[in-house]
Design a protein. Sequence first.
Length: 359
Amino acid sequence: MFAIYQFTATNDRHVQERKSQIRLTSARAGEWLKRAGWITPAAVAVCMIVCPAIADALPIQAEAFDSEPAPRGWTGSLNTSGGNSYGYSAATQHAGGLGAGEAGGTFARLTTRHFYADTTLGGSLDLDDPIQSSGSFFIGNRVNASTSQQVGFLNTAGAIGSNIMGIVLGEPAPSSSDYRVRLRLRLGDGTELTTANQTNFSDGQYSWALDYDPTAGVAGVASLDIFDSLGSPLQNHSINLLTSHRFIGATFDAFGLLGFSAAPDNATETYDLFIDDLTYSVAAVPEPSTLALCLVGICTLGIARSRSFSRRLPKPARPSVAAWVALIYARSRAVCGLPKSLSFTRTHATRPRRSGISA
């Protein structure tokens, strides 16, 4: 029944069919448990109603980098090689966060995937989940920059260039001194959905808000808003998914900084990128205390159900002495050669009459 957590309400027919199959499986499981006398129909109804409601709202993780983030799941891969030099920066405040401490540094052009991200989202997210992220970033100090990096959701185990949702921050366009910014969604098979480059971003501080709604549009809408350092809106990017995109799907197991390039490696073409004051969606996993309470509740219902059922059973009649004797006689008849039938005559012992003469 807990598989319901993986799906959220949506108007997409494909996802609705998958959700209906899960509901049907859950209903059959609940009916089997009910017949077994473990839970009541009320418990089945609660599971069918509450579980989808929990799945519709994912928890939000906040990260201000005010202390070393490694204990909270942030880890790097090739983020300090090939010209890269980025990760946790305890003393800087380039992105304009509320306090010292941020993530980022210098990025070079590498064909190999490299990242610095929170790889413990409590599970994986996919296109059936409502996904959000926000934060501030700084971009600048370019040196012959000819590369692009991403800030957002990624998959640490998938093929390079697949399972990505977030902001793409690219080097200046050939005819412009400004950075190129766009929204990117790459599906599990590498299919890329993206918006047009917009190039009015010079060196400086900015912030973003990303929202993906699986119930909007035909089969989901991803939206990205960019703001200046004062919070004034600058740009809006949006991607409208089709049913075929949802069928292919995408899976994310981390959030953070990601880079890869189709061009050859070049450690001398770099720019700086920092992020801070993040919020991002994580998987909806019940806390251990919640699971313990559910287990206790189900066990309590099972005990009550069993006791109620046992009260309705007729109590067996207590066998009489004659029945026991008949049973013993039947077992020993063949051995002892006794007749096939045995009759019992009840007699009453009487006390002898006493004569009327007294001593």
